[in-house]
Design a protein around this ligand. Structure first.
Ligand SMILES: [Zn+2]
Length: 217
């Protein structure tokens, strides 16, 4: 775990931090259906974060915010996952447990970095940040869902793709075009990932802002 949280890392080195949700996924050569899904999930995620940020802003003077704020965010994330994805309970992986652990971890991380930074930097309670996190996390959730779908369709292999621009990490460029068995992880910069932006992996240096995707065969 690096010192910077995932969205603090996202915030580095970029002047304008988020892009319009409708455009963010354009460099990814994915189907229209998959792009639409990412847009839909990103909007819901942004809205959940905005609701959370308003809560922080409205009740900041009362203290004791940690539990109710984290819980508000956690339950919104669980709700949007349940709305957006069919959660198969019969696959090898316990998908439901993965999503639950993800929601627990991400809501704590977002809350911690919000509380640590909000008085120093207005970005931390902004639509810009809500949008950026929503776009990034939508990739994590949709990519993971696509892997579950591939298991359901009996696919056996997966291939990693990058958008191929300058922002792609060297470690991700190194696995561009690489194919592995569906149930095996990719090794990306020494981190094992089942999918790009793997929601089970807490390694922001390898996942934050990643726009890689998989195809299945
Ligand atoms: Zn990537």
């Amino acid at each position: 775990m690096s010192v910077l949280s995932f969205d603090e890392l996202n915030a580095l080195g970029k002047k304008r931090r988020s892009e319009p949700i409708e455009e963010y996924y354009n460099p990814m050569r994915i189907s229209r259906k998959r792009r639409q899904k990412r847009i839909e999930v990103a909007r819901k995620y942004r809205d959940a974060l905005l609701e959370y940020m308003h809560f922080i802003d409205d009740y900041a003077e009362y203290g004791y915010l940690d539990e109710p704020a984290t819980e508000l965010l956690r339950s919104s994330i669980v709700e949007l996952i349940e709305d957006a994805f069919i959660i198969a309970k019969t696959t090898e992986q316990n998908v439901e447990a993965v999503y639950r652990a993800y929601a627990d971890r991400i809501s704590k991380q977002i809350h911690e970095s919000t509380m640590r930074n909000k008085d120093k930097d207005a970005y931390f309670l902004s639509e810009d940040r809500a949008t950026l996190i929503g776009e990034d996390e939508s990739n994590a959730l949709c990519g993971y869902d696509e892997l579950q779908e591939a298991f359901g369709y009996g696919k056996s292999k997966k291939t990693w793709h990058t958008v191929g621009d300058k922002a792609v990490r060297d470690t991700h460029r190194a696995v561009d075009g690489k194919t592995v068995p569906l149930d095996k992880p990719f090794s990306v910069g020494g981190v094992e990932m089942m999918v790009p932006r793997d929601p089970e992996v807490d390694a922001p240096e390898e996942t934050s802002g990643c726009r890689c995707w998989l195809t299945f065969s």
